[in-house]
Design a binder for this molecule. Structure first.
Ligand code: HEM
Length: 75
């Protein structure tokens, strides 16, 4: 169940991060889109989507984090 959802969440997270970074690059690099409202908006929206997906990613991997990081195991 969780692994199935992660197969959707992980690629979306990758795309959101890539969009976030490319928007910031275009915002900074001299050209038509430099300092444009569109790139600010794209960076912010992709960044917010990324944050939401990152939280989902942690929730979906919570069991792994509990066992591998905190060493909590069911008897
Ligand atoms: C490693 C990831 C990120 C990098 C390197 C990065 C980089 C930057 C930089 C350099 C600026 C300042 C632009 C300027 O005013 O000259 C900025 C602004 C901003 N970033 Fe990011 N960012 C990242 C991730 C995110 C994420 C995850 C969000 C989530 C919401 C986000 C939201 C914003 C917002 C709201 C601004 C202000 C935009 C404005 O000036 O109105 N960023 N970012």
């Amino acid at each position: 169940m969780n692994t199935k959802l992660l197969k959707i969440v992980n690629p979306l997270m990758f795309l959101a991060f890539l969009t976030n970074q490319i928007a910031m690059l275009l915002y900074k690099i001299p050209g038509k889109l430099q300092y444009s409202e569109q790139m600010t908006a794209l960076h912010t929206i992709a960044g917010m989507i990324f944050l939401v997906l990152a939280i989902c990613h942690i929730i979906l991997n919570w069991r792994w984090i509990k066992t591998q990081i905190f060493g909590i195991r069911k008897p």
